[in-house]
Design a protein around this ligand. Structure first.
Ligand code: TRP
Length: 366
């Protein structure tokens, strides 16, 4: 790639980010006007336990959307687990673990549909017509797929990895969701989904002449600042620098005791020059709602020790009711399974309805 192409690509993506941010703001206002116009679809891969990055980045926001009256669908993306690993791992435990976390943070199964990929055949069947609408070159250009390919270090990439953005389009479109809360890194997937919706309309047509079969969904970008792990590097389970919702208060304190700070005892909120200290202040601020600058001023010359004590207390106070509820729920796997089955029943109904429209649009009703 030449430099001017790189610059062009960069400025295009800056422009599209700015557009997505502006659009997210519009959507947020439109939700206040009339929440019933919207359906949200979001989900997680059941590959491990959810941590504070998930909580502040998306889980908390899902509960808010639910409370604002938006029809909310949450997917346990079990088929996405096998995009990049050889086996399913302790999948039962992880799927139920996600359901536990969802309910513990306040998702209400009466308002929010919780379901999983492998239980919804008609969702997965959308993959065939949708794959006909994308080119192989387009799939290779997807930034996430590209990054995965580079990270495989010469190991073969599976066909499922190459095509998973299309599967994500199935997740979003089967229930005709029109908003998808995501981080910036997922924006290309939403664009791919919009393209599929648009191309389906153009190539296969409509059932109702006035309305396309699929809506063109928008991303709803999170306003949460990027959170780092407690060592100041990218949050990741393997680095042991995250606080999981399921941890105890003591485990939380222990991880924060090891957190990285710096040698300046006077605590200030300075993300540019003191990223580790600022990250801890941000965590405390997200937990209490207090301004990070005010928290820093209160700690003053207390140093790293006082900062860590403040963060530990803020997080443990916030997490205490979630953890108590989590423990209660975890003791009743039968209940968790019943919630998932109830969601799957609803998702199957929706998926079959959509697949029937697809068959009709494609003249494949026999
Ligand atoms: N890829 C998402 C993750 O890693 C999970 C996911 C699957 C998803 N399908 C989706 C998110 C559709 C939003 C929309 O957590």
């Amino acid at each position: 790639m030449t430099t001017s192409e790189e610059t062009l690509e960069q400025s295009t993506s800056d422009a599209s980010l700015a557009r997505s941010l502006a659009r997210s703001k519009e959507i947020d206002e439109a939700i206040d006007q009339d929440p019933t116009r919207f359906r949200v679809l979001t989900g997680d891969r059941p590959t491990g336990r959810l941590h504070l990055g998930h909580y502040f980045g998306t889980l908390r926001n899902r509960v808010l959307l639910q409370e604002r009256g938006v029809d909310t669908w949450v997917l346990v993306a079990d088929y996405q687990v096998i995009t990049d690993r050889d086996a399913v791992g302790p999948i039962q435990e992880r799927v139920l673990g996600l359901v536990t976390d969802y309910l513990a943070v306040g998702l209400d199964p009466e308002k929010t549909t919780i379901f999983n990929h492998s239980s919804i055949p008609a969702l997965n069947q959308l993959m065939l017509p949708f794959l006909s609408l994308v080119t192989e070159a387009e799939l290779h250009r997807n930034p996430t797929v590209k990054a995965e390919l580079e990270a495989t270090d010469g190991r073969a990439m599976t066909g499922l990895m190459l095509t998973y953005p299309v599967h994500q389009a199935c997740d979003i479109l089967f229930c005709k969701a029109n908003i998808v809360p995501v981080g910036q890194d997922q924006l290309p997937h939403i664009e791919q989904t919009r393209l599929i919706a648009q191309r389906f309309d153009k190539r296969y047509g409509r059932v109702d002449p006035k309305r396309a079969v699929f809506p063109r969904p928008d991303a709803l970008l999170s306003e949460t600042p990027l959170l780092l792990g407690t060592d100041g590097t990218k949050m990741s389970k393997s680095r042991g620098n995250t606080i999981e919702l399921a941890m105890t208060a003591d485990e939380t304190a222990k991880i924060l005791k090891r957190a990285k700070t710096d040698s300046d005892r006077h605590i200030t909120f300075d993300p540019e020059n003191r990223p580790e200290v600022a990250n801890l202040l941000t965590l405390a601020s997200l937990a209490t709602g207090e301004d990070p600058v005010a928290i820093a001023e209160r700690i003053g010359d207390g140093g790293g020790g006082a900062l860590k004590a403040t963060v530990t207390e803020a997080l443990n106070d916030m997490l205490a009711p979630i953890r108590a509820r989590r423990a209660e729920l975890a003791a009743d796997p039968g209940y968790l399974l019943s919630i998932l089955r109830q969601g799957n029943e609803k998702a199957n109904e929706r998926a079959e309805k959509t697949l029937n429209e697809v068959r009709e649009a494609m003249h494949m009703v026999y």
